[in-house]
Design a protein around this ligand. Sequence first.
Ligand code: SAM
Length: 441
Amino acid sequence: MRFDLISIFPKYFDALGLSLMGKAVDSGHVDIGIHDLRDWTTDRHRTVDDTPYGGGAGMVMRADVWGRAIDAVLRAEGRRVLAIPTPSGRVLTQQRVRSLIDADQIVFACGRYEGIDARVAEHYGQTDIEVFEYSIGDYVLNGGEAAALVLVEAVARLRDGFMSNPESLVEESFEGNVLEYPAYTRPPVWESLRVPEVLTGGNHAEIAIWRRQRALERTARRRPDLIPTIEPGTLSTLDREVLAAHGWVAGADSKWKRVTIRPARIDEAAALSELAATTFPDACPPEVGPEAQAEHIAQNLNERAVRQWIESDNHRVLVADIEGSLMAYTMIVLYADGEYPDDVPEKHIAPAPTYVSKCYTSADYRGSGLSGAIFEAALVDAVPHSHGTQFVLGTNRANRRARDFYRRHGFKKSGRRVFWVGDVRNEDVVMIRPISEIANA
Ligand code: SAM
């Protein structure tokens, strides 16, 4: 690949002789030509600029001088790109950089003053030369040289043979439109800040999960503009849960939406009862017929019952609000000292459990990470209100998906219980998780 840089300050590009770029030039991986624009002037003063037509401050660089310079350095064939740094160009992204890696030649026209006569970009845009106008950010520099250095380096380092360790390109920021995870090295403690324990534990699978989670969290916090550009299909369940916990969810239509997970309000009792009624049948085993389901819904999930949960001090109800609609909810019962749920045999659990009674998600958001996010949020929310030492829940024995879900969220089987829907007897698995795991996390 050949880079030709044209500027009135060619010495600016001495930096290209340094570091990896210098090595790439020496080894022939990249070929660089540096040119003084003034070599193509025709007057005694080597003039490159003139006053703007229409008036206004500053000077504009002349199209005729630039035209001669560009024509002189352009090669006869191959994929040729004319790169023009300008604050009014589209902002450079890793994707746009990547689009240039198989160019044969990139010629940089580095403007100064008020920039280059607009006809230069227009003229070359009418030929088979690709014109690539770009900005390196929403601020103004004195000239295009720094922006040219930026693009040369960003493109060159993606070319085969440039990096001694090409692996380092794979996990970098912006690959997959996600920022990179935070990095640490020795010493393990500095200014009383300790390196996260998982990184020193040697468990590579755990490290990979931790890094991916931090990368997604960082992206959601610092660069929320990148989230809508992520293809939801490329994300794992865990990835989706992290993003949902940070306010982003893509449902059945694969469109990213903002989600807020928060305590339910009293005025939402009707909407929540409706969500509870539509989602309850999803978790019912096949032997519970429509009549038994309807009876259970009418008795236990009506608006009055839901209002009581929201109002009560020993219940915690969280909802996932997506653009004003409730799409998931959790309900936790906080048993007091010496109390046990009626339907869980005492021998399987410790007293005063924090009982996860309900965790339901609308079918549109199944697999979106919303269930995991609201479930974890519900556990965290319940900790300061809990009286005992265990989270407890019961889930149908035949519902493998639910059991796998709870297991992924740290729950372990502790026994069985019987759960009645109408007059249908169901066998549930009782699962528990120590509250300390959340409290100390
Ligand atoms: N009058 C121009 C405007 O407001 O858009 C600013 C010209 S600037 C002072 C001079 C040159 O610096 C530009 O022609 C361009 O080559 C370069 N430049 C300045 N800011 C830049 C940025 N954010 N990205 C890329 N190039 C920039």
